[in-house]
Design a protein around this ligand. Structure first.
Ligand code: BT5
Length: 259
């Protein structure tokens, strides 16, 4: 192992942000950083507070799927208080921040699979789970959960061995989670401050999507749609050209590339 436990003081020391990561609460082990972040948000935690865990025992993906995050991974959640207009962009900016930092710190090329999986060589290295509490026309809080496989051997986890990768697996060496976390917090804040006008956030995310122009299957709820992933709308939804020529807008779902 390159590092022992991550220390909040090392993360916050001379961090180049105005608010994200000024307060970091770190745990050796947690059920899910998103759960604790939501609890802290309800108690009034200030914007930019980060919840971090060395390992999660009940990490969550979307639709109650499990997210594996053993020691050596990054599992963190950031509490934000966005405006309703900023809310749809959070998933774009989180995947962008992760992609930029993997490139900067690890020197690895990444792709983004709609809506927000970050891939390396076609395999998933990072998952993002955004949960928010919206009351009437106001957003009470949003929690951005990021799970990134840093020092992890995919072969040790049969459930994901065929579809997942990690930075250490791609690089053939372990690397510093501290540097990646600091990068993530700084990139997240830079991108967040570009919203809501954030057209550049949308454009960079769109340009990095490996999904566009491909023949795909999208499962959304109980329906499976087939077609060409033609484009994305500025709210993040996918525009799918169906075989009969019609164009449909899909707000949430899972994409499989057909070739
Ligand atoms: C996601 O869901 O990709 C969102 C994962 C978010 C995890 C973070 S960690 C910090 C915060 N706290 C939490 O409890 N969650 C967030 P989804 O698109 O539904 O993908 C889930 C699927 O990814 C699973 O069904 C597995 O197939 C696969 N998977 C699970 N663990 C993985 C891992 N470590 N690496 C790659 N794939 C994984």
């Amino acid at each position: 192992m390159v590092e022992e436990n991550l220390s909040p003081a090392d993360i916050t020391h001379k961090l180049k942000t105005d608010f994200i990561g000024h307060k970091v609460i770190a745990y050796p082990s947690l059920t899910s950083t998103n759960d604790i972040a939501k609890r802290e948000a309800k108690k009034g935690a200030r914007e930019g507070t980060v919840i971090l865990a060395e390992e999660q025992t009940a990490g969550r993906g979307r639709l109650k799927r499990a997210w594996l995050s053993p020691r050596g991974s990054i599992a963190l959640s950031i509490i934000l208080h966005p405006t309703p207009a900023q809310l749809p962009s959070l998933s774009m900016l989180a995947s962008l921040a992760v992609a930029r930092c993997i490139e900067k710190v690890g020197g690895l090329e990444t792709q983004i699979k709609w809506p927000n999986d970050v891939l390396i060589n076609g395999k998933k290295v990072c998952g993002i789970l955004i949960e928010s509490d919206v009351r009437g026309s106001a957003v009470d809080y949003a929690v951005i959960g990021i799970g990134l496989n840093v020092n992890l051997k995919p072969a040790d986890f049969p459930e994901i061995a065929a579809t997942a990768t990690s930075l250490s697996h791609e690089l053939g060496r372990e690397l510093s989670r501290l540097q990646i976390i600091r990068c993530l917090l700084e990139e997240m804040e830079n991108l967040y401050l570009e919203l809501p006008e954030g057209d550049s956030v949308f454009r960079e995310w769109r340009d990095r999507l490996v999904t566009l122009g491909k023949e795909v299957e999208v499962s959304s709820g109980k329906t499976i749609y087939k077609g060409i992933a033609e484009s994305v709308a500025s709210d993040g939804s996918l525009l799918l050209r169906q075989p009969d020529g019609s164009l449909i807008k899909i707000v949430a779902g899972d994409v499989t590339l057909r070739r």
